[in-house]
Design a binder for this molecule. Structure first.
Ligand code: FUB
Length: 547
C-alpha cells in the first residue's frame, strides 16, 4: 500500500512538475565542473571541480561535494579537499571521482605537480563521503611529468577487481590493488583505433583526415548487465560526449557513437558521469549556462535517461528543466540553509566553526526547496540561525512561488557581526498541508548584504482526526484524568434511526438517551467504552429523553 501511494505520488509529481521551472544547472551558488556521481546509503553524492568566479583559465583551487536524497534538493557539503591538502601540488584542481570500498572513501583527483611540472594523479582517503579527506600517500600516485595525467575514473568490478583510467589525449588504464591506493601491475596506454574509439592515437592520426570521432579526455568507466562502458569527452574543442563498449574492462573496445552531441551550452568542454539511483538512470555533465558562466565558469547539470533495450545509450540532450523529484522533502527537523533545489543571488561559504552556510543574501534573493511534504502536521514555528553584521532584513516563508502564499516572516535584526549567530523563531500565520515548493524570500534594504543563514527548522504539531469520534454523535465533553489515562465523558445525540418515535426522526429536538465514555493515553488514539449510564438508570426521571 505504501509503495502504491509512493507510485501515485511520483506519477502526480511528474505531472505537476512537467514544464516547471529550471533545475539545471543543479548548483547556482558556485561554478561546478566535471561531475562524478556516487551513491551511498540512500543518497546520491556528486564530486565536482570548482571554476573560480571571473576566471580566464581552469585556475581551479578545490574540489566540492553535493548530495541529494530526491534528485532535486541538493545539500552543499563545501570543499573537503583542496590543493593545499597535497603538499606536492600547486595548481589546477581538475576532474575528480570518489569511490567507497570497505567503509573508506577513495577520492581520486588530478592536479599540477611541483615535483615534475606535469599533471599527476593521486588519491585522498576519508571515513565518510564528505570527509575529512587526507592525502594518504603524501605523494602522487602517478606522476611522470606528463600533462596527460588528468581526469581519473575509478571502477570496481563485480568480482572486486578495481581499475583506474585517465588521460588526455591518450587513454590509460591500470588495475588497482585492494588497498585502492596502489597499482597492481603496469599502467597501460590503450591503443585506440577507428573501430574502438573513432580514431587512432594522436601520433597515428592522418593530418586532414576526417575521423568518426576523436577521444579527448574525461573517461568514465562503468558496467551494466555484463557489458563495460567507457564514456568520454570527444571531438576536440568544443567537446561532445561519446562512448565505447567492451566485454572486459581491458577491452577490446568498440566505438558506439555519441551520447550527448555537440550543443551550444556556453562551455567548450564537457565531462560526464552516469549512475543509477532509486530506480532511474542519470547522466551528469557540465555546461556554461549559469549566469556569468562560460568556458571557464562551468556548472553541473543532470538528465534522466533510459538505456535502450540492447544496452546502448540513447541520445541525451541538455535541458533547462533537468530531472523530477524521486521523493518528497521532510521540512520537520533541522535543515542546513545550503540545501536547495534552486536559488537566486545567494552564495555559499564555509568556516571551521559551523561548516557551510548561505551568504551574499540581498533584497529579492531567494532559496527554493522542491516537493516539500508538510504531511499531516500543522506547522507552528519557523526557526532559523542567522547573523547580520549590518542592519539585518526579513526571511519570508512562502509556498508554491517566490511570491506565493506567505506562511510567516522572520525578522532578522543586526546581530553584531557576520559570524555572530542568533537563533530566532517566528510563528506560522497560515496553515499548510500536503506537498508544496517552499521559498525563503529575502527582503530588506535595497543594495547592502542583509544576512548570513546557517540552518532552519519548521516545528509542528501532529494533526488528529476531527471530530475525535466518528462512530457516534458526541456532545458536552467532560474530561477526567486518572493516572496517565484521560477519560472523556460525553453526552450522546441519538442517530435518527435510534430515535424511538419514528415521527420525531426528522425533528430538531435533542434526543439523548445515554452517556458515553472514551479514554486515551496519547491524545490521538481513543478507546470507546460505550454507554456507561442511561436514562433507565434514573428511576425518578419523568421522560424517556433528555440525557
Ligand atoms: O576542469 C578542468 C578540465 O576541463 C578537466 O580536467 C577536463 O575534463 C575538462 O572538463
Amino acid at each position: 500500500m505504501k509503495n502504491l501511494n509512493r507510485l501515485i505520488w511520483v506519477a502526480s509529481m511528474s505531472a505537476l512538475c512537467s514544464g516547471i521551472a529550471a533545475q539545471n544547472p543543479i548548483v547556482q551558488t558556485n561554478y561546478t565542473t566535471d561531475p562524478a556521481p556516487m551513491v551511498h546509503d540512500g543518497r546520491l553524492y556528486v564530486y565536482t571541480g570548482h571554476d573560480e568566479d571571473k576566471a580566464d583559465f581552469f585556475w581551479m583551487q578545490e574540489w566540492r561535494v553535493y548530495s541529494t536524497a530526491d534528485m532535486v534538493n541538493w545539500t552543499d557539503h563545501g570543499s573537503p579537499l583542496a590543493i593545499e591538502d597535497f603538499k606536492w601540488g600547486d595548481d589546477r584542481a581538475w576532474a575528480p571521482q570518489c569511490m567507497e570500498r570497505n567503509g573508506k572513501f577513495y577520492w581520486y583527483v588530478c592536479l599540477h605537480s611541483k615535483l615534475t611540472n606535469g599533471m599527476a594523479i593521486s588519491v585522498a582517503v576519508g571515513d565518510s563521503p564528505t570527509g575529512p579527506f587526507r592525502d594518504v600517500l603524501g605523494k602522487p600516485m602517478f606522476d611522470n611529468g606528463s600533462w596527460d595525467n588528468i581526469d581519473p575514473s575509478v571502477f570496481i568490478d563485480d568480482n572486486g577487481d578495481a581499475y583506474l583510467c585517465w588521460g588526455n589525449p591518450h587513454l590509460y588504464i591500470a588495475k588497482l590493488n585492494e588497498d585502492m591506493i596502489s597499482f597492481d601491475g603496469e599502467v597501460t596506454r590503450i591503443e585506440m583505433s577507428e573501430e574502438s574509439f573513432g580514431a587512432p592515437n594522436p601520433d597515428k592520426r592522418v593530418k586532414g583526415k576526417k575521423y568518426k570521432d576523436v577521444y579527448v579526455e574525461g573517461p568514465w568507466l562503468t558496467k551494466r548487465n555484463g557489458k563495460y562502458y567507457m564514456l568520454y569527452a570527444a571531438g576536440g574543442v568544443p567537446e561532445h560526449i561519446a562512448y565505447s563498449m567492451a566485454d572486459s574492462p581491458m577491452g577490446p573496445w568498440k566505438y558506439m557513437g555519441n551520447i550527448m552531441p555537440l550543443q551550444d551550452t556556453g562551455s567548450f568542454t564537457n565531462h560526464c558521469g552516469v549512475i543509477d539511483f532509486k530506480g532511474n538512470s542519470y547522466f551528469f555533465y557540465h555546461t556554461g549556462k549559469l549566469p556569468g558562466g562560460g568556458g571557464f565558469g562551468r556548472s553541473v547539470a543532470v538528465e534522466e535517461f533510459k538505456y535502450n533495450d540492447d544496452g546502448t545509450f540513447p541520445t541525451i540532450m541538455p535541458t533547462e528543466e533537468g530531472v523530477k523529484p524521486v521523493d518528497t522533502f521532510n521540512p520537520y527537523g533541522k535543515t542546513e540553509a545550503e540545501t536547495m533545489a534552486f536559488s537566486k543571488g545567494v552564495k555559499t561559504e564555509q568556516n571551521d566553526e559551523i561548516g557551510v552556510y548561505v551568504t551574499d543574501i540581498h533584497n529579492g534573493d531567494y532559496i527554493k526547496l522542491q516537493a516539500v511534504d508538510f504531511g499531516r502536521m500543522f506547522p507552528r514555528t519557523f526557526t532559523a540561525r542567522v547573523a547580520s553584521g549590518l542592519r539585518g532584513g526579513n526571511i519570508e516563508v512562502h509556498i508554491d512561488s517566490v511570491g506565493g502564499q506567505l506562511l510567516t516572516t522572520l525578522n532578522v535584526p543586526a546581530t553584531g557581526g557576520w559570524e555572530k549567530w542568533q537563533t530566532l523563531v517566528a510563528d506560522f500565520k497560515a496553515k499548510v498541508v500536503g506537498v508544496h515548493d517552499l521559498y525563503f524570500t529575502f527582503k530588506g534594504r535595497k543594495g547592502p548584504k542583509l544576512m548570513n543563514f546557517d540552518w532552519w527548522e519548521i516545528r509542528g504539531v501532529e494533526q488528529c482526526n476531527m471530530p475525535m469520534t466518528q462512530t457516534k454523535f458526541t456532545a458536552d465533553p467532560s474530561p477526567l484524568l486518572v493516572g496517565d489515562t484521560l477519560f472523556l465523558f460525553a453526552s450522546h445525540d441519538a442517530s435518527p434511526e435510534d430515535i424511538v418515535d419514528p415521527n420525531e426522526r426528522s425533528s430538531a429536538g435533542f434526543f439523548m438517551y445515554d452517556w458515553l465514555l472514551y479514554s486515551t493515553t496519547d491524545m490521538v488514539n481513543w478507546t470507546e467504552h460505550g454507554a456507561v449510564a442511561s436514562l433507565k438508570d434514573f428511576s425518578w426521571r419523568s421522560r424517556d429523553n433528555g440525557g
